[in-house]
Design a protein around this ligand. Sequence first.
Ligand code: NDP
Length: 484
Amino acid sequence: MLYQPKASHFINGEYVEDTAGDVIDVVYPATGETIAKLHAATPAIIDLALNSAKAAQKEWAALSGTERGRVLRKASDMMRERNYELSVIETHDTGKPIQETTVADATSGADALEYFGGLAGSLTGEHIPLAGGDFVYTMREALGVCVGIGAWNYPTQIACWKGAPALACGNSMVFKPSETTPLSALKVAEILIEAGAPKGVYNVVQGYGAVGASLITDPRVAKVSLTGSVPTGRKVYAAAAAEMKHVTMELGGKSPMIVFDDADVENAVGGAILGNFYSSGQVCSNGTRVFVQKGIKEKFLKRLSERLANAKIGDPMDEDVSFGPMVSENQMNIALSYIEKGVAEGARLVYGGKRIEGEGYYLEPAIFADVTDNMSIAREEIFGPVMSVLDFDTEEEVLARANDTEFGLAAGVFTADIMRAHRVVAGFEAGTCYINTYNLAPVEAPFGGSKMSGVGRENSKLAINHFSEMKTVYVSMNDVEAPY
Ligand code: NDP
């Protein structure tokens, strides 16, 4: 076993095992071999994790924000120092090329720990003066035990994007990674404890959906933050709502990217590549509906195909490789089935789209042209390297078509016309928008979706509001006037 952790779960500052839990095979997507075997959490493990998180939270919240921040910033430094080691694990968990994981995973997690560590000391309430000398002050308080549930595409990043703001506010966390990629979050937990977080402040339990489901409804839990698909989001949100728990929902998308005739074609092609094929297309905010104005359509498709031919597909541990396998056989088959549907529904496959035979779950990046709005490949989230190119004539028409979806995660526009860029962005029904670029998610900026794509925002100062609540304290400086 190449990456067998000491045990499946990390609870109360140490690795814990319970072999009675269902077996989780960790499969390296580049070869299909099993590289570790873990066990899903049993009710006893879930209980242990929640009790540890509950017990640790009060002590953690009693520290000053500066003290909590110091721990997070130390963890951030440790993640950067161990970036290569963590990137190798992320690559084995997900199949993403080491060329990507060394710049986008542990580093992004470290950014979140550094940013929220920096904010922790400045989290305050406010003073509100009232008539007659009375006043109100507000206290920003932690929520308590927060549950994080992650998708499999960015396991290190998701563990940190949820953990860093939660811990900065004085909460503790129980994090459940996707069973497809269970290794990376264990390392985040190890590092946080080594950096000085009290035992129990950040715990990881493994499991399938049922483990996540039982965490959500537990009375010890105050908040649930999910990164996952819309169908899972509906279930998790409903279960959390029944118990009136706080939620953050980072869900799926089918985001539009609009390229006007006057756009810089190389930049637009670059944006379309980043927004469709990075991480083999397994990115929630991908701009998979690329609307190209008719005047530059053929030029755009030509340059796209030319540049895509430079992608180096292969062993993700090879530093020259820029395009790795899909995360699993299942996800590859989902993408392949959409490619078949695209062809069957009359779209023109202009590039790739074939399974690469041999070991591992490799698929050529696929570009469809002449896609129309009602085709399955233009309506449904594929979560694979399948780009749909659609034609359009006018700004008004394309904006209406771009918004004609239940999703609202992201949207982008490429144009040289500054007025049009801002006008189009103002019209987008999406939480995260881009002008002349695509898919950047710095920790300083809010990230999240509108419509069915989510509730709440991750990153930025806004995330603090989703991991804390205000207590209002009315102070009277006068006698109490009662009517009788
Ligand atoms: P899923 O929705 O299948 O799963 C997400 C997580 O929820 C997994 O850990 C899963 O466990 C767990 N889960 C499943 N059912 C339940 C349940 N009933 N109660 C509690 N937890 C449950 O998503 P994927 O892992 O397949 O990830 C891909 C999806 O994630 C895409 O739709 C993508 O768009 C979205 N995503 C959104 C992002 C964003 O920030 N908006 C970022 C990244 C991805 P298990 O896997 O063990 O079933």
